[in-house]
Write a protein that binds this ligand. Structure first.
Ligand code: AGP
Length: 604
């Protein structure tokens, strides 16, 4: 989704902006641009509907200023055109603005205040910059005009950076719901939607809050809170090694991230389990969950799917009922809660707007919450009561892989911690440390079968119009995740289905040649899923199977090592991740940046 970067100070702005945008590409975008201002009055606006590499080529050597703003756009209002790319500017080209978010009442504002103004784009953002210009022309200072405009925005999300050509070294910044950080450098300050964009300038960032309006200059940062009072905001250090986000020798990040999963399992085990295999989770967190009467798990996309597994682990090991919700649905349902609820937010990025909206509601009710995320100091992490970090290293590919397995492993550790604290025998007897070692080994053996999996992708999926993953119980949850992986990067229409439910309607879609993959890891339902798979084969489906060793038959396609039934998703998902990867690769698609998608979904 949109990324924003800004810099002002003693350095070449262009290089900082463009390399920052390169780092934000992984979030997904369809156009990009920068505006660079210089104290001598010369300024440059460069935009492209192509890649950041195209943007770089379009920037001439004369663009040497030391202050500027940049943007990667993920279209919400208006098509993918140069005119709609940011920065947007006022009619007299005095003000330039980048924006991540959505202005819900932009049409009303346009109708009410901007009759007769010529608009050059279809964006909601242009309304904001034209309003600022109008208020300045009516006699306000830039700061007052910016504040007045912000006060007119209803139900909107934004991370704004505004530049006024009459104050070339100043960047005005405002944030509501959308992520935004200010980085403090040596002789220069930077602004960005994700610290990864600016780690080559600084590791020290300022936490700004919703409603803040900030003035960023080379040597000072002034933060005004929502009431207009000057406020102190805490700084934090980001210690991510920028080289951890390099692709190395891999053709795509997704393959690298799939391959990293065995190590992520080992790291989680070392980080969160002691020598004897007991979890080392913060006692206050364990107590808070132990005292609750119901656990509410909230997430979106792949994180929601990981939550479905977490529910099973938590219920089995702690005895506390748990339910899982799609964040965007839960946010506006006004759900009936139990007396002592505990909320768990799952989010790789920690920035997903849908999940954050639920957290805002939870915080209003002063309810306890935990965020399980891969990104320290992300919005969800900062705003929830507790945080557990996935320790998976940066996940760059839009398709989430290692974050999914890390979430499941960490949920299991958390469930064991709470279960042990409650004296539950299922938790006390669960050799999680030993099992995670088996998982890591098992993942390793599956990722080494790349050639075979590549061949199956070619034979079954590259030409397919549709595909189905089916399973029961925990295998059903993996089916949904497996289907999501396939559709998001290979554009094959895929569904994950409860295998017993297929015959109640959806089996009508099975045609000769339709690939159907059965996931079979649970002894109690293995026979049933096999029968359901047979039913599709009888109607012409090309069937495949992902089966746990102790349940396997000679004709099975992928045999995964035996592991505790609560951890099987950690292994059964790996062939599915690789099938999706090779299908996308063999179709010649951009695996890491699939069409229409964004890594960090910061609008609702
Ligand atoms: C998964 O491959 C996705 N691209 C997507 O579903 C993602 O999991 C979802 O947008 C939630 O993101 P989060 O984990 O960062 O909150």
């Amino acid at each position: 989704m949109c990324g924003v970067v800004g810099v002002t100070g003693n350095k070449n702005a262009t290089e900082i902006l463009v390399s920052g945008l390169e780092k934000l590409q992984y979030r997904g975008y369809d156009s990009a641009g920068i505006f660079v201002d210089q104290p001598d009055g010369t300024d440059y606006l460069v935009k492209t509907t192509g890649s950041i590499a195209d943007l770089r080529k379009k920037i001439g050597p004369e663009v040497q200023g030391t202050a500027g703003i940049g943007h990667t756009r993920w279209a919400t209002h208006g098509g993918v055109t140069i005119e709609n790319a940011h920065p947007q500017f006022s009619s007299d080209e005095r003000f330039y603005l980048v924006h991540n978010g959505v202005i819900e009442n932009f049409q009303e504002l346009k109708d009410k205040y901007l009759q007769g103004v010529h608009f050059h784009s279809q964006t909601d953002t242009e309304v904001v910059v034209q309003l600022i210009d109008k208020f300045v022309k009516e006699g306000m200072s830039t700061q007052d005009a910016f504040n007045k405009t912000l006060s007119l925005l209803e139900n909107s999300s934004y991370a704004f950076m505004l530049m006024d050509r009459e104050e070339p070294e100043t960047i005005y910044v405002a944030k509501n719901k959308s992520p935004m950080l200010i980085g403090l450098g040596d002789g220069c300050n930077v602004v960005c939607s994700d610290s990864i964009a600016m780690l080559n300038v600084t590791h020290t960032f300022l936490e700004i809050q919703d409603g803040d309006m900030c003035i960023v200059k080379p040597d000072e940062v002034i933060v005004n809170d929502a009431d207009g009072n000057v406020a102190e905001r805490e700084t934090f250090e980001v210690s991510v090694d920028p080289s951890a986000s390099d692709k190395g020798t891999y053709p795509y990040y997704m393959l690298k991230e799939i391959d990293e999963q065995p190590n992520v399992m080992r790291k989680l085990s070392a980080e969160y389990l002691d020598e004897a295999g007991h979890p080392t989770i913060d006692a206050d967190l364990v107590d808070a969950i132990k005292d609750s009467d119901r656990i509410y798990i909230v997430g979106a996309g792949t994180s929601y799917h990981a939550g479905l597994v977490g529910k099973m682990q938590l219920e089995k090991l702690t005895g506390i009922p748990a339910e899982v919700h799609v964040a965007s649905e839960f946010a506006y349902e006004d759900p009936l809660l139990s007396e002592k609820p505990f909320f768990i937010f799952l989010s790789q990025s920690g920035e997903t707007a849908d999940s954050r909206q639920v957290l805002v509601n939870v915080n209003k009710q002063k309810l306890p919450s935990l965020t399980i995320t891969n990104v320290a100091n992300s919005t969800l992490s900062r705003e929830s009561t507790f945080t557990l970090l996935l320790q998976a290293g940066p996940e760059i590919s839009v398709a989430s892989t290692k974050a999914y397995t890390a979430q499941i492993a960490l949920e299991a550790i958390l469930a064991k911690a709470v279960g042990e604290a409650k004296g539950q025998s299922a938790a006390l007897n669960f050799d999680l440390k030993g099992q995670l070692a088996v998982v890591a080994q098992g993942m390793q053996s599956i990722v080494e079968e790349k050639n075979e999996i590549n061949q199956i992708a070619e034979d079954y999926f590259v030409e397919a119009n549709q595909a189905f993953y089916i399973g029961r119980g925990i295998d059903y949850t993996v089916s949904i995740e497996a289907a999501l992986k396939l559709k998001e990067i290979s554009y094959v229409h895929a569904e994950g289905f409860a295998s017993g439910e297929l015959k109640h309607g959806t089996i009508a879609l099975i045609e000769p040649g339709t690939p159907v993959i059965g996931i079979i890891t649970q002894a109690g339902t293995a026979g049933l899923t096999r029968s359901n798979l047979e039913e599709t084969a009888a109607r012409g489906a090309k069937t495949l199977s992902i089966v746990k060793k102790s349940l396997a038959r000679p004709e099975d396609t992928f045999v995964i090592p035996d592991v505790d039934e609560l951890l099987t998703p950690l292994l059964s998902v790996i062939p599915a991740q690789l099938l999706a990867y090779y299908t996308s690769l063999n179709k010649g698609l951009n695996v890491d940046l699939p069409r229409n998608l964004a890594k960090s979904v910061t609008v609702e």
